[in-house]
Design a protein around this ligand. Structure first.
Ligand SMILES: Cc1cc2nc3c(=O)[nH]c(=O)nc-3n(C[C@H](O)[C@H](O)[C@H](O)COP(=O)(O)OP(=O)(O)OC[C@H]3O[C@@H](n4cnc5c(N)ncnc54)[C@H](O)[C@@H]3O)c2cc1C
Length: 327
């Protein structure tokens, strides 16, 4: 991701929001504070296709939405972009619309917006994840698209999108659009190509309980040590669960999902015996953090204490998530 450097100091870059306030007009390039060389700057397109065109015209440019991850990378010296394409003025990706039983979420939706009650009524687990995504100033600026594109293991939206089996609408050059599962991007099965941007996230509207729970290593806002997203899909009689933060991408314990789904009485108030809820937690945790394989001589090594603790945390989160979804 690192771009060739054409700037004297990385601190000459401001966040997209700051740049946005000084922008000179529709789609106009504006220069950074010190502008050490001609040709560097920030382009502020107002449509998705303009943004794609700007990226295509400047292959070294980096798209910036809320700038929360981007500025962290710049300030730590990991990223020194030659030019920026700010996405903050693209109003078409800052809201959502309904489409065939799905919600089409703009990539520019901020965590703060997704945490509001009207959004929570639509996709409760994503709203819960958005409310947990860092301190307020981060939630005000950070976006859904940035969370996905950064693909950090601790990205709170990611296990929710995995459990929902959400897809991405990717905008490409010449007005092209293609749709891929979020999990394909996170697993590296499919990548964003040159000039492409995440435009929208398509999420099924399930009209059933959904839960997102997160464990952090501290009180107050913090990155997840482990997180669990769990959604009920009554139409397909499915329980879908994804565990975040413990691996490079969210993990789906498919066997545990299938096992527990057939224990739920879907016709009579979605009841289940309490023992099954506890066993589900253990099943999920063991699937995501398995015991080491036996050595050739048949001896089995114990997991280190920290890993065992993490496994217990995952078990507790999964158990609570299922219990809440079915309560
Ligand atoms: C102090 C702090 C605490 C945080 N805590 C949390 C937390 O608890 N949970 C959590 O999930 N995250 C957390 N984050 C991470 C961050 O806030 C989120 O990942 C946020 O959603 C990123 O969105 P952004 O709009 O700021 O992305 P940006 O920083 O603007 O961009 C991030 C990356 O995504 C790319 N990008 C952005 N939009 C698009 C797009 N539409 N298409 C293609 N590429 C795109 C950019 O080029 C860049 O590479 C924290 C960050 C900070 C600094």
């Amino acid at each position: 991701m690192c771009q060739s450097c054409h700037v004297r100091t990385v601190s000459t870059y401001r966040t997209a929001a700051q740049v946005d306030q000084r922008g000179s007009g529709k789609g106009q390039p504006v220069l950074t504070t010190h502008a050490p060389q001609a040709g560097q700057g920030v382009t502020l397109p107002t449509t998705l296709d303009e943004a794609v065109a700007a990226l295509t015209a400047m292959p070294a440019a980096v798209p910036v939405a809320g700038g929360t991850d981007f500025m962290t990378a710049v300030n730590s010296g990991q990223l020194r972009p030659a030019a920026l394409v700010g996405l903050g003025r693209i109003s078409e990706i800052r809201g959502w619309q309904y489409q065939d039983g799905h919600a089409l979420l703009g990539a520019g939706l901020t965590h703060a917006r997704m945490g509001r009650p009207d959004f929570a009524a639509l996709i409760p687990a994503l709203a819960a994840a958005a409310r947990a995504a860092g301190p307020p100033h981060i939630r005000n600026a950070g976006t859904l698209g940035g969370n996905i594109a950064s693909a950090a293991p601790t990205g709170d939206a990611l296990p929710v999108l995995a459990a929902l089996e959400a897809t991405l609408i990717i905008a490409g050059p010449g007005g092209a659009r293609r749709e891929i599962p979020v999990s394909h991007l996170l697993a590296g099965v499919e990548m964003l190509r040159a000039g492409e941007l995440i435009g929208y996230v398509r999420v099924p509207l399930l009209h059933a309980p959904q839960v997102f729970l997160k464990a952090t290593g501290r009180t107050g806002p913090g990155r997840a040590v482990a997180s669990v997203a769990l959604v009920l899909d009554p139409a397909r009689r499915q329980v879908r669960c994804a565990v975040g933060a413990i691996a490079p991408m969210p993990l789906r314990p498919l066997d545990a999902e299938h096992w527990v789904a057939q224990l739920i009485d879907w016709d009579k108030g979605r009841v289940i015996v309490p023992e099954a809820v506890n066993a589900f937690g253990e099943y999920v945790a063991a699937a995501c953090i398995p015991d080491p394989a036996p050595a050739e001589d048949g001896t089995v090594q114990q997991l280190p204490p920290a890993v065992l603790h993490l496994r217990r945390t995952v078990a507790a989160l999964a158990r609570r998530a299922l219990g809440r979804a079915l309560s």
